[in-house]
Design a protein around this ligand. Structure first.
Ligand code: BMP
Length: 250
């Protein structure tokens, strides 16, 4: 059953976290609720893609550790320039899942120094509330439920995870495949217009399905866009589908 939802403007009025405000402002300005997942293994592909789809997205989601040729100067500096040029946020899909001390180290040190450049990071909440205190100057998107077949994020897990999520000030929203409260932003991956899944357990729904049935605020699309012949055109298509579905639920 479709239900009425709060508009991005209404969510912006009550948003407290600076990055929640930021992503809502970008959504309103660009009339987009699309996040492109840029799962590339070379910097050149990542940067070319970011430049092509940049005008149509609110955020670019990265798995920075899959790059074969990561280099802070060659990868991150131009990526940040593109984020500024096209006005999108950088969302690192690190899915932290450890104790606070280790997460703090993983967030700021090592090869990727995520805290230097990411606006948003994903994190499991399996380590409990205190483990999330290390994420400063960034918006945390908590993993509530996964899109893959057989995921362990069942209703009991999600109920307990929500207790952590709803009380932690660094968390701006959730990655999930179900409706959540209006106070949190809902990010939904597993979105594709042409496929129902892959042969590795991924499960897909359309933008319209997730936006109308779960109240998704931001759709996350990977292969649906970056594997297509014309990624820029395809990004525009997902953007338009996503925005149309959003308007229809107001
Ligand atoms: P694709 O659209 O190509 O299936 O990619 C989905 C992206 O979203 C991947 O980067 C994956 O890591 C991420 N993702 C997901 O698919 N399901 C989840 O539950 C959580 C994710 O972060």
């Amino acid at each position: 059953e479709e239900k009425k939802r709060l508009s991005y403007e209404q969510k912006l009025e009550v948003a407290e976290h600076s990055f929640a405000k930021k992503i809502l402002e970008i959504a309103i300005e660009k009339r987009s609720n699309l996040i492109a997942s840029a799962d590339f293994i070379t910097t050149k592909e990542l940067l070319d893609f970011a430049d092509f789809v940049g005008p149509h997205i609110v955020a670019l989601k990265t798995h920075i550790d899959i790059l074969n040729d990561f280099d802070a100067d060659e990868t991150i500096l131009p990526l940040k320039d593109l984020a500024t040029k096209h006005n999108f946020l950088l969302m690192e899909d690190r899915k932290f899942a450890d104790i606070g001390n280790t997460q703090e180290l993983q967030f700021s040190y090592g090869t990727y120094k995520i805290s230097n450049w990411a606006d948003l990071v994903t994190s499991h909440v399996i380590g409990g509330s205190k483990s999330l205190d290390c994420f400063m100057n960034v918006g945390v998107v908590a993993i509530l439920g996964m899109s893959s077949k057989g995921t362990l994020t069942d209703s009991h897990y999600r109920e307990e995870a929500l207790k952590v999520i709803e009380t932690h000030p660094s968390i701006i929203g959730c990655v999930a495949q179900n409706e959540i409260s209006d106070q949190l932003l809902l990010f939904t991956p597993g979105v594709n217009l042409g496929e129902t899944g892959d042969d590795k357990g991924q499960q897909y729904n359309s933008p319209e399905h997730v936006i109308k049935n779960y109240g998704t605020d931001f759709i996350i699309v990977g292969r649906g866009i970056y594997k297509s012949e014309e990624p820029e055109q395809e990004a525009l298509r997902y953007k338009n589908e996503g925005w149309k579905a959003y308007l229809e639920t107001l």
